[in-house]
Design a protein around this ligand. Structure first.
Ligand SMILES: Cc1cc2nc3c(=O)[nH]c(=O)nc-3n(C[C@H](O)[C@H](O)[C@H](O)COP(=O)(O)OP(=O)(O)OC[C@H]3O[C@@H](n4cnc5c(N)ncnc54)[C@H](O)[C@@H]3O)c2cc1C
Length: 452
């Protein structure tokens, strides 16, 4: 089999690349996907009348093109929601973000947080973006907020000491309130729209799977081959081995598989690239979805859990984004637990501690009937931004570019990005392939680049 552009993976990055190539007149392309369905991490699974995503997948649309693209794909099947997020710690539920909403926490904690923050205001130099994330948190928020939330929550999520992490990923993701807002939020209920996800969109029906499905429907029949796992790629001879298809010869390659997975099946690679691959770190997200026989389980969209005694870092309530997520009289919720990438997990044991934790936090009641459970692990969940990550990714992407291969998307680009950005990655990649934009390979920084 032969194609001009071979695209590995039919997640949003792969589908968007194929779709934008079509718009640019490049018709010879093939998307190969290991799973029987498209969508990757932005897919959904249905079980016993519940629709479960791989944890929450909410649409944050900030780019004019990206927004128009998604609204067109999901025409008539999108609702807008104003975020209702909280933090549960010290036995108290406070509004998100923690740093701007300490009212209700024990007095000593509030004083720690506010006094620590005010001390940072009088320091001559602000937080340095060049240092580690722990120092940045202390300089940006003070010792109290760092100790009570930023450090425990982030170390639970990233499974990495914050002293080993850089700050380059946090720009959009960590809200930074003013001193007035910190003070106000310590004294009163502050209902302000902090952060990049203050409102979001979500499909009314079909879970987030509705998005990749809509995108796949825009492609010609036969362009996407599901159940087609790539097992090897010879970068020199430009040929891939694909289950069910055999040898696929290509001119240009687009990888959207996790960079680690791709490098393990691609060759030949120089030692420097193999060593760079060995320096990449990530976490795995162990996502347990629950169907509960109760019409309403909490009124929030999601809750963060910084404390160690809870095994999960976040719990979300999908029925509160879409009533179609659960059958009548039931609720769907998701629980997210992080572990170091590649670590073995005893899910039976974890399940028990998750259910205990949900009861302790008051989310589940003693008598609640759990009618459905579905583990949907994400083996590569969040790429860890330690100090080795960016030089390693740059070296790898530069090498691949020399061989006519681009590696894009959240995992191919080995970065922290959300769905809209992933769709835009596909657009930019298609433009580079069609020669309508700069031939520069995707940057490792992970920031949104301006569209050509
Ligand atoms: C826990 C979590 C929560 C998130 N929440 C949000 C959110 O609320 N909002 C948001 O906008 N974004 C969210 N994201 C980010 C979003 O999931 C990603 O930006 C996006 O889905 C990444 O798409 P992708 O195509 O780059 O990768 P993927 O979806 O991973 O696509 C890669 C594809 O490659 C396939 N594949 C793997 N190996 C092979 C092989 N050997 N052969 C063939 N195919 C293979 C996979 O099956 C997959 O379909 C979240 C991510 C995580 C982990």
């Amino acid at each position: 089999m032969k194609t001009d552009v071979l695209i590995l993976g039919a997640g949003l990055a792969g589908l968007s690349t194929a779709h934008h190539l079509l718009g640019l007149g490049v018709r010879s392309r093939l998307v190969v996907e290991a799973k029987p369905t498209v969508g990757g991490v932005a897919g959904s699974v249905t079980k016993n009348g519940f629709t479960f995503d791989y944890t929450g997948h909410l649409l944050h649309l900030h780019d004019p093109y990206g927004k128009g693209y998604v609204l067109d794909l999901l025409k008539g099947n999108l609702a807008v929601h104003e975020r209702r997020a909280a933090i549960f710690s010290k036995g108290v539920m406070t509004r998100y973000p923690f740093q701007a909403n300490t009212k209700g926490l024990p007095l000593g904690v509030v004083v720690d947080c506010v006094a620590g923050f005010l001390e940072t205001v009088h320091r001559p130099s602000g937080p340095s973006k060049r240092g580690d994330f722990l120092s940045w948190c202390r300089a940006a928020f003070g010792d109290g907020i760092t100790r009570h939330f930023m450090r425990p929550y982030n170390e639970k999520l990233w499974q990495t000491s914050l002293a080993r992490m850089t700050t380059e990923w946090q720009g959009r993701f960590v809200p930074k309130p003013s001193a007035t807002e910190v003070l106000y939020g310590a004294l009163a209920d502050q209902n302000k729209r902090f952060g990049y996800n203050a409102s979001f969109r979500y499909p009314v029906r079909g879970g987030i799977q509705a998005l990749p499905d809509a995108l796949a429907r825009r492609l010609e029949p036969g362009v996407v081959r599901t159940g087609a796992r790539v097992t090897a790629v010879d970068l020199r001879w430009k040929v891939a081995q694909v289950a069910g298809l055999g040898e696929v010869r290509y001119e240009r390659l687009v990888n959207t598989l996790p960079l680690t997975t791709f490098l393990d099946l691609a060759g030949p690679l120089p030692d420097a690239v193999r060593q760079a691959r060995g320096r990449l770190r990530w976490n795995a997200v162990w996502n347990l979805n629950l169907g509960v026989a109760r019409p309403v389980v909490g009124d929030r969209h999601w809750v963060y859990f910084p404390e160690k005694k809870f095994p999960f870092y976040r719990v979300g309530f999908s029925s509160n984004f879409s009533s179609a997520a659960a059958p009548a009289g039931h609720s769907a919720l998701y629980v997210e637990v992080a572990r170091p990438g590649g670590a073995r997990v005893d899910t039976a044991k974890l399940e028990v501690s998750i259910l205990d934790g949900l009861r302790e936090a008051g989310i589940l009641k003693k008598r609640d009937e759990i009618s459905t459970m579905a583990w949907m692990p994400i083996p590569v969940g969040y790429v860890v931004y330690d100090f080795a990550r960016t030089p390693a990714v740059n070296a790898i992407l530069r090498h691949l570019a020399k061989l006519g291969a681009q590696s894009i998307g959240r995992y191919g680009g080995w970065k922290y990005s959300f769905m809209e950005e992933t769709l835009l990655d596909g657009k930019r990649c298609a433009e580079r392939l069609a020669g309508v934009a700069s031939a520069r390979p995707a940057a490792a920084g992970g920031e949104l680049q301006p569209l050509a």
